[in-house]
Design a protein around this ligand. Structure first.
Ligand code: URA
Length: 203
């Protein structure tokens, strides 16, 4: 396993599926490479494809607002998508595109090693759970997944469609409070525990 930067470099020139021919830029992901919290969306949209960054359009602005609401900045978390290239016209990802792109996400998660993953919307949630289960049934729940905690939330684009004063916004704010509480309840990482012997210069 190389570094996240090396993996991003490989993805940047990927031609493993048909989406390579229509993309402007590969949208690998952005944020803290050692984040405890990773957000996973579906696929880049128009603005993401142009800028090479995930969630920079209207949905991204709402995501940033929700993050700020729980005291987090964008660069303190990691944000990416299941697919790294934009499907034409934002159509649904096809099975062979998902299969071709899966190794990137798998290795990305292994390298970042987050303790909490938030899936944004139906597609990413069903992909990660490997089950066709509706987002409205699982949103805001803490689901054990390969030693991590998965918390599905509504896709910010769907929240926008429901209006910022609507019930989906209220539910999502509630779900972000669950994310905050989950992070706050994490035990410290071993590397973050001060070693008194080290401080005394014994080793
Ligand atoms: N929607 C997504 O799922 N991902 C993005 O990066 C932007 C919009």
């Amino acid at each position: 396993m190389g570094t996240l930067t090396e993996l991003g470099g490989q993805a940047a020139v990927c031609t493993k599926c048909r989406l390579a021919s229509g993309r402007t830029t590969v949208v690998f992901g952005s944020g803290a490479p050692d984040a405890d919290l990773v957000f996973i969306g579906e696929a880049p949209g128009f603005h993401e494809d142009k800028q090479g960054l995930p969630f920079v359009g209207a949905a991204g602005q709402l995501l940033e607002q929700l993050l700020n609401g729980i005291g987090l900045k964008r660069d303190e978390v990691y944000i990416c998508n299941v697919l790294k290239c934009r499907p034409p016209g934002n159509r649904d990802p096809m099975a062979d595109e998902i299969e071709a792109c899966t190794p990137y996400l798998r290795e990305q998660i292994a390298l970042i090693d987050p303790r909490v993953i938030v899936s944004l919307g139906n597609f990413a949630t069903q992909y990660l759970l490997g089950r066709k289960i509706g987002i409205t049934r699982v949103r805001g729940q803490k689901i054990p997944l390969d030693g991590r905690t998965l918390i599905p939330v509504l896709h910010p684009a769907a929240v926008l469609r429901g209006g910022l004063a609507g019930s989906s916004m209220k539910q999502t704010e509630e779900d972000f409070r669950t994310i905050r509480a989950t992070l706050d309840a994490l035990p410290p990482k071993l590397a973050d525990i001060p070693d008194p012997a080290e401080q005394l210069g014994l080793f």
